[in-house]
Design a protein around this ligand. Structure first.
Ligand SMILES: NC(=O)c1ccc[n+]([C@@H]2O[C@H](COP(=O)([O-])OP(=O)(O)OC[C@H]3O[C@@H](n4cnc5c(N)ncnc54)[C@H](OP(=O)(O)O)[C@@H]3O)[C@@H](O)[C@H]2O)c1
Length: 266
């Protein structure tokens, strides 16, 4: 299938690691020129180098999206490098292992800023030029825990907010040629999730062997009908399709990629 993505330009926030890295690589393989973003310049440069070595076209933008100036810096760099951004993947995000009674109001505010307001900042800066293009794709990274909350209540609430703002933005942009969708991964093996699993493994007395901890998680809280944890490619393939012109009738949707972990019809 020709996804008709050749020649498009994309900014993938939080692509210096994990799911975002997988998305940047998958889009680049389809002929999309990508801007790889993160705060860690060494990691972002590594991803750019790997994409270029594989025949793709990639550039770097560094900035902390939890601040207005950081977001402006990233968008300025993306637009001056690419000319225009056709595809925005709002993927950057953080998660911490804390339960209800151990999370403080300031931690809730801080995480809401990182996981929700960061998306708002980048979206507000990029939508005007997408309107001028008369075409665009905005994909917001949510999570299974948005509709199936677990521990980390502050994180789950930010991901529920992502679903909500996805729908209101899709309505706001009606008739512009820009679609807005959310993607909700289940448990995806990434450096970020591995860090959390090591903390859980140590608290549960499962040792420090990641593969063994993953097996425990798969038999317990992350058990799903597909019987494995997800890969960054599982998410990247879905995002690549939703980014394409072929996905023009998918709009305002929450697309789950969780192996069936969320026990709901949709
Ligand atoms: N892994 C999962 O199981 C899973 C499941 C559902 C949803 N998600 C969501 O998927 C997204 C990526 O998760 P991941 O597991 O791939 O995490 P990861 O490996 O920890 O990567 C997170 C990325 O976000 C960037 N980032 C974090 N805070 C940032 C900030 N303030 N400003 C700019 N960049 C920032 C990081 O950049 P630097 O390190 O360079 O700063 C990094 O590139 C997140 O939104 C997460 O909530 C993950």
């Amino acid at each position: 299938m020709d996804l008709q993505l050749k020649g498009k330009c994309a900014l993938i926030t939080g692509s210096s690691s994990g799911i975002g890295e997988g998305i940047a690589k998958a889009l680049a393989q389809e002929g999309v020129t990508v801007v790889v973003h993160g705060r860690n310049e060494t990691q972002a440069s590594r991803v750019v180098q790997e994409i270029v070595a594989n025949g793709g076209e990639a550039f770097i933008a560094i900035g902390d999206l939890a601040t207005d100036t950081g977001a402006e810096q990233v968008v300025d760099k993306a637009l001056s490098t690419l000319g225009a951004v056709d595809i925005l993947v709002n993927n950057a995000g953080a998660y911490f292992l804390r339960d209800w009674m151990n999370s403080t109001p300031s931690q809730w505010i801080e995480l809401y800023n990182i996981n929700v307001v960061s998306m708002v900042r980048i979206t507000l800066l990029l939508v005007p030029q997408m309107r001028e293009l008369g075409w665009g794709r905005i994909i917001n990274m949510s999570s299974s825990v948005a509709i199936q909350p677990m521990s980390a209540p502050d994180y789950s609430a930010t991901k529920a907010a992502n679903l909500n703002l996805t729908v209101s933005l899709a309505k706001e942009l009606a008739g512009t040629g820009i679609t807005v969708n959310a993607v909700s991964p289940g448990a995806i093996v990434t450096p970020g999730l591995n860090g959390i699993m090591l903390q859980i493994g140590s608290a549960q007395g499962w040792g420090t062997d990641l593969e063994q901890i993953q097996q425990h998680m798969l038999q317990g809280m992350m058990s799903n009908p597909t019987d494995r944890l997800g890969t960054v490619e599982d998410v990247a393939h879905l995002v690549t399709f939703v980014s394409s012109p072929l996905a023009g009738y998918i709009n305002g949707a929450n697309l789950r990629v969780d192996g069936g972990w969320v026990a709901k019809i949709n």
